[in-house]
Design a binder for this molecule. Structure first.
Ligand code: C2E
Ligand code: MG
Ligand code: MG
Ligand code: MG
Length: 291
């Protein structure tokens, strides 16, 4: 009996696998055509200065409006795009679209707005990335200081020797570089001094713990202190509460991003947001003793 149920389990499991493998293949071929069919869109999440509540920029986040499945989140298709190499074309599209938006936003005489753009590891290691970015900046009339490129620390850890050249090329072009999800990639902190890095984005998992957990709070304070010593700017990711924002402001974090301010929005909705967020940090500090 055990044997039979074992076999059934196996059959059930393998049928499941086949279904998900099929679904993946379908997604893969649909993803190939998604850009031509205009199913891709960038949404923008505000980045806010903690000292005065001003929106100083935004992060471009890719969205796939699939005709059958609805909105497919990037966590479900970026990996497929990486595995198949599609990420290079997809990433080019993202760069061009985000630079177009940055040029438009900054040309309208509004306060300066820097657009952060995510790069995948494969895209970063592709042939002549810096040259491709220079061409896109030129084509879209976007100044280098209007964008920031976000890379992950794992990319710096398995450095193939070209990493420093690529990052130095961006530094001399005037394009700034941020480390995304900082702290989650087995940080070998030495890379912070080895590579030209402008910004650290502290991962959401650390921000979630600053109020609830003494060690979490100490860890974030330590990251802020390292960044201060190295002259790097810090963005807190995934800020959801006034208490978290107050803690970060009190410990010298410059910028925050998260649902407390806004979720990622289509370009037109971002444009209609006020430039200034009213979040009362001081009230939160009084209500909550400092960790
Ligand atoms: P990420 O770059 O770390 O982006 C931040 C993610 O956190 C976004 O998820 C954003 O919607 C979410 N988020 C922001 N604030 C909050 C908050 O307060 N609470 C919570 N729970 N979540 C928050 P999203 O848009 O689903 O993107 C997921 C990941 O997909 C991104 O993580 C990034 O690694 C990747 N990704 C997105 N767009 C692109 C792209 O154009 N190219 C590449 N290579 N990767 C991208
Ligand atoms: Mg990012
Ligand atoms: Mg991130
Ligand atoms: Mg993250």
């Amino acid at each position: 009996l055990a044997k039979r149920s074992g076999r059934n389990n196996f059959r059930y499991y393998s049928k499941d696998l086949t279904a998900s493998a099929k679904e993946r293949l379908t997604l893969e071929s649909e993803l190939r055509r998604a850009a031509e069919r205009m199913e891709l869109e960038l949404h923008y999440q505000p980045k806010v200065s903690l000292s005065d509540g001003m929106m100083i920029g935004s992060e471009a986040l890719l969205r796939w409006c699939h005709p059958r499945l609805g909105m497919v989140p990037p966590t479900q298709f970026i990996q497929i795009a990486e595995d198949t190499g599609l990420i290079v074309d997809l990433g080019q599209w993202v760069l061009r679209e985000a630079c177009r938006m940055a040029a438009k936003w900054n040309a309208e005489g509004k306060p300066p707005h820097k657009v952060a753009i995510n790069l995948s590891a494969k895209q970063f290691q592709s042939q002549n990335l810096a040259g491709a970015v220079a061409d896109i900046l030129n084509d879209t009339d976007c100044r280098p200081e209007w964008i920031e490129l976000e890379i992950t620390e794992s990319l710096l850890l398995d450095d193939n020797g070209k990493t420093l050249d690529t990052l130095s090329a961006f530094r001399s072009m005037g394009v700034s570089i941020a480390i995304d999800d900082f702290g989650t990639g087995y940080s070998a902190l030495s890379y912070l001094t080895r590579f030209p890095i402008d910004t650290l984005k502290i991962d959401r998992s650390f921000i979630q713990s600053v109020i609830t957990d003494h060690y979490g709070a100490e860890l974030v304070k330590a990251i802020l202190s390292i960044a201060r010593s190295l002259g790097q700017e810090v963005v807190a990711e995934g800020v959801e509460t006034v208490e978290q924002a107050a803690f970060l402001a009190a410990h010298g974090c410059q910028l925050a991003q998260g649902f407390l301010y806004s979720k990622p929005l289509p370009e037109a909705e971002l444009a209609s947001l006020p430039q200034h967020f009213h979040v009362s940090h001081s009230a939160a500090m009084m209500a909550k003793p400092e960790c």
